[in-house]
Design a protein around this ligand. Structure first.
Ligand code: 5GP
Length: 344
């Protein structure tokens, strides 16, 4: 349905290496071959996408990212992946994208070069894109604490150097690995320097950790599946979220395909919505889950019997929670303009 593509949307939860579409992956493979780089993805290439009926669960999903990682290990291929992905988000009707990625040391670049390569690619692409893109630096909770501290320092350094491009820091990676508590010092340091914080929260049943995360008062949380008592949370976790009203980045297809949620109909979206907790529809990993932001809006409308007007207002509301404060009014005006033009 063209409406969902035309609706101006903000994407606030998109992992770069999970967002690579099949077309982008193929282009990266070609680029690799042309550059004479070793391509280790052939045997696994078909395993990158995780569809609805896939037998793999959440923890298996974390293995597929290494397929993408092997195709973004040089500055040139990482820049290409960024450029193509930005274009796809714009083509899908995104007017603002907060891209996130975990800096990695590779044989071809350091973590700092990794971040700066993405920033440069964003700046270069922005010259001919109407979509605004900013970067959230990711910490993988599956990695040693020393890495988290190093990444927090790099995020601060880049935030100071490129304040228009770097806006936040986030915690992601296998939710069964590590403890949130141990990442508090690194996240607090980054927050103290002015970076906004978003946390993957409640992807698995762990009410103690959910409480710790909510008490940290991140600017946003990702997923928030196991917070309501019906989904593995407790009365305490749910009432704290209702009290704090921390905006939730909701990724419908990701939750269904990783089996965090049995199906769209029983997704916790409806509970968040009823409790008036701000919701931002996002894709998470549009490449891995073969989706797009317009598709997520369409699924939401269909599943929860919403009107187009309600969908447009969901997008309008989401722009209040973008980390780049200075873009909020412009985004608000743009979406409002669309709403008025279409008498929604
Ligand atoms: P990258 O940070 O390399 O650009 O994107 C891939 C990484 O994002 C993964 O290795 C993982 O750490 C994180 N990630 C992607 N999707 C998910 C998700 O659904 N849940 C969590 N917890 N982490 C994710």
């Amino acid at each position: 349905d063209a409406f969902f593509v035309e609706l101006p949307k903000v994407e606030l939860h998109a992992h770069l290496n999970g967002s690579l579409s099949s077309a982008t992956m193929l282009e990266l493979k070609r680029f690799h071959a042309d550059s004479g780089l070793e391509d280790k993805t052939n045997a696994f290439f078909d395993e990158f996408q995780i569809g609805a009926g896939d037998t793999r669960g959440l923890s298996d999903c974390f293995q597929v990212f290494s397929i993408a990682h092997s195709l973004t290990s040089t500055p040139d291929s990482l820049a290409l992946a960024t450029r193509l992905t930005l274009q796809e988000f714009q083509d899908d009707g995104c007017c603002y994208l907060e891209l996130r990625s975990t800096p990695r040391d590779t044989p071809h670049m350091t973590k700092l070069q990794y971040i700066e390569t993405i920033i440069k690619a964003i700046r270069k692409a922005s010259v001919h894109l109407t979509m605004i893109t900013t970067l959230i630096v990711s910490i993988n909770r599956n990695q040693p604490l020393g890495e988290a501290d190093e990444i927090a320092n790099l995020a601060i350094e880049c935030f100071k150097k490129y304040p228009e491009n770097v806006v936040g820091i986030e915690l992601s990676g296998d939710p069964m690995a590590g403890t949130f508590q141990s990442f508090i010092p690194a996240l607090t340091k980054a927050r103290g320097a002015g970076l906004k914080v978003t946390l993957h929260c409640g992807e698995v049943c762990n009410p103690k950790e959910v409480l710790e995360m909510l008490k940290f008062k991140p600017e946003r949380i990702g997923h928030g599946v196991c917070i309501h008592p019906k989904y593995g949370g407790t009365d305490e976790t749910w009432s704290l979220l209702c009290k704090l009203k921390i905006p939730v980045e909701v990724c419908l297809t990701s939750n269904v395909n990783t089996k965090s949620t049995p199906d769209y109909d029983s997704h916790h979206f409806q509970y968040l919505h009823e409790a008036e907790i701000p919701i931002i529809l996002c894709t998470d990993d549009k490449g891995v889950f073969a989706t797009s932001l317009s598709r997520e809006y369409q699924i939401c409308v269909k599943t929860f019997a919403m009107t187009y007007s309600q969908a447009a207002r969901l997008s309008l509301n989401a722009c209040q929670y973008v980390f780049a404060h200075n873009t909020r009014k412009m985004l608000n005006d743009k979406i409002l303009n669309f709403i008025e033009k279409h008498s929604l």
